[in-house]
Design a protein around this ligand. Structure first.
Ligand code: NDP
Length: 306
């Protein structure tokens, strides 16, 4: 069975930064990229707030850069999904793609987070047929059409303004009488004429036929109902941490995020570290994820030296 010093699970900014630091520290890290190589940033467009890119950079390009940087120092970056993880004793045991077993002296969990859905049966029925949680991935299919975005945070505003640049009209379905997004994002929405915000509205049903989504049935705060005609229904209502591998083994908070010792990446199991969105319900930025990947690498290095 293959034995590694440091196993990194996840390929977002946290995982790749941990790989850069641990490879430079001669820990010969092995990183498994998971189902979505490059992580959530590969589904965004331009990243304008990562220091060092004054002209902005495409999320996918930034992740390619991080991958190349980690490889340059010898990190072993592999396609593959860690399908089970046994943290009950050291060395820890991982199974990749249901078949390959690996033993690891330390593990950095950087599995990130995934998009939330409303939980309506009709939403599920039309997933991939007009219902999507990634405007930048799927917006192209709705060129010139009318679409809706659910949510009032930065993601919803970003996706709505992106969709407005390719679609005819974008409804924003916001359950509160205000947006939670930053002022800069709100201003972008206000300055985009083909976005209409439907304040204090909730989606009751996604409507459609055999060809996909045709509309949505909404209810306003006063109880009145209305239907909007749309072909795309985009969710932007936040994310859930990806913790299936570690549930029942690592301590999680009430929202399901991995709990770490404050100011460190240490989990309740010695030798297991957490980095990035999987442990961060608050900031969820590429730069904070990268920083926590660095912290995890340094914590891991100190642990292995002991
Ligand atoms: P947020 O948690 O910030 O916002 C979620 C939005 O969805 C809120 O408006 C919330 O409403 C709404 N919502 C949640 N559940 C439901 C539901 N069941 N039905 C209807 N609406 C619902 O998530 P984001 O993904 O927008 O942002 C996450 C983090 O990432 C934030 O810190 C954000 O600042 C950051 N971010 C930064 C960006 C940037 O700087 N370029 C871009 C994107 C994200 P309510 O307000 O009522 O709770």
């Amino acid at each position: 069975m293959e034995q590694v010093k440091c196993l990194i699970i996840g390929s977002g900014p946290a995982g790749f930064t941990a790989a850069i630091y641990t490879s430079r520290a001669n820990l010969s890290p092995v990183l498994y990229e998971g189902i979505e190589p490059g992580g959530q940033l590969t589904t965004t467009t331009e990243v304008e707030n990562f220091p060092g890119y004054p002209d902005g950079v495409l999320g996918s390009v930034m992740m390619d850069d991080m991958r190349r940087q980690a490889k340059k120092f010898g990190a072993d970056i592999r396609y593959g999904v860690v399908t089970s993880l046994d943290l009950s004793q050291r060395p820890f045991k991982a199974i990749v793609d249901g078949t390959t077993e690996i033993e690891a002296e330390s593990v950095i969990v950087a599995t990130g987070a995934t998009a939330k859905y409303l939980g309506l049966p009709s939403e599920n029925k039309f997933r991939g047929m007009g219902v999507s949680a990634c405007a930048t991935c799927d917006g192209f299919f709705y060129r010139g059409k009318d679409v809706a975005v659910v949510g009032g945070g930065d993601t919803a505003c970003e996706e709505a303004t992106y969709l407005a640049s390719i679609c005819r009209k974008v409804y924003m379905i916001v359950r509160k009488p205000y947006l939670r997004a930053s002022e800069a994002m709100q201003e972008r929405v206000r300055n985009t004429p083909n976005i209409e915000v439907l304040w204090e509205h909730n989606t009751i049903e996604v409507l459609g036929d055999e060809d996909g989504v045709t509309g949505a049935l909404l209810r306003g705060a006063d109880g009145s109902e209305r239907t909007i005609d749309i072909m795309g229904f985009f969710l932007a209502i936040g994310h859930s941490p990806v913790t299936d591998l570690v549930k029942g083994q690592l301590e999680l908070d009430e929202q399901g995020y991995i709990v770490t010792v404050p100011g460190t990446s240490r989990t309740n199991i010695e030798g297991v570290f957490a980095a990035g969105d999987v442990r961060d319900p608050h900031y969820r930025q590429a730069i904070t994820a990268a920083a926590s990947g660095c912290i995890a690498a340094l914590d891991c290095e100190r642990f292995l030296l002991k």
